[in-house]
Design a protein around this ligand. Structure first.
Ligand SMILES: [Zn+2]
Length: 126
């Protein structure tokens, strides 16, 4: 289905309000991506589908930023279970590559926006 940027933003906004992360899947090449575009960044197709994400993923890479007087900030690329990646910041955490994270929404001056936090791995079954 052909999407407009406004349509995508509306879909994202209404899902963020309900605490749900979303992404876009290309109908032609199955590429998945997060940042709103009206064409597939891989194949250029305009036949796209809006999808809901589980909101769970793993840390793909991260950078720690030290600034005087404030807690370290962690900027990360998170890869969601559905395969798409997004840039985010993970607060109060010591992540490593592969750490499990989940989305949560926080009120910002642009409305509710997705952030990520670490989730404790359940212990391996004995
Ligand atoms: Zn595509």
């Amino acid at each position: 289905m052909k999407l407009t940027l406004n349509g995508i933003m509306e879909y994202y906004r209404s899902h963020f309000d309900r605490g749900v992360l979303c992404f876009i899947r290309c109908d032609d090449c199955s590429n998945v991506f997060y940042y709103p575009r009206d064409g597939c960044p891989r194949c250029g197709s305009v036949s796209l589908t809006l999808c809901e994400s589980s909101g769970r993923g793993t840390v793909f890479s991260y950078t720690k930023v030290h600034r005087k007087g404030v807690p370290d900030a962690v900027y990360a690329i998170v890869e969601l279970d559905e395969g798409f990646r997004l840039y985010t910041n993970i607060e109060n955490s010591e992540p490593s590559v592969g750490s499990h994270v989940e989305v949560f929404m926080r009120e910002t001056n642009r409305g509710k926006m997705p952030f990520f936090r670490m989730i404790k791995d359940s212990p391996d079954p004995q």
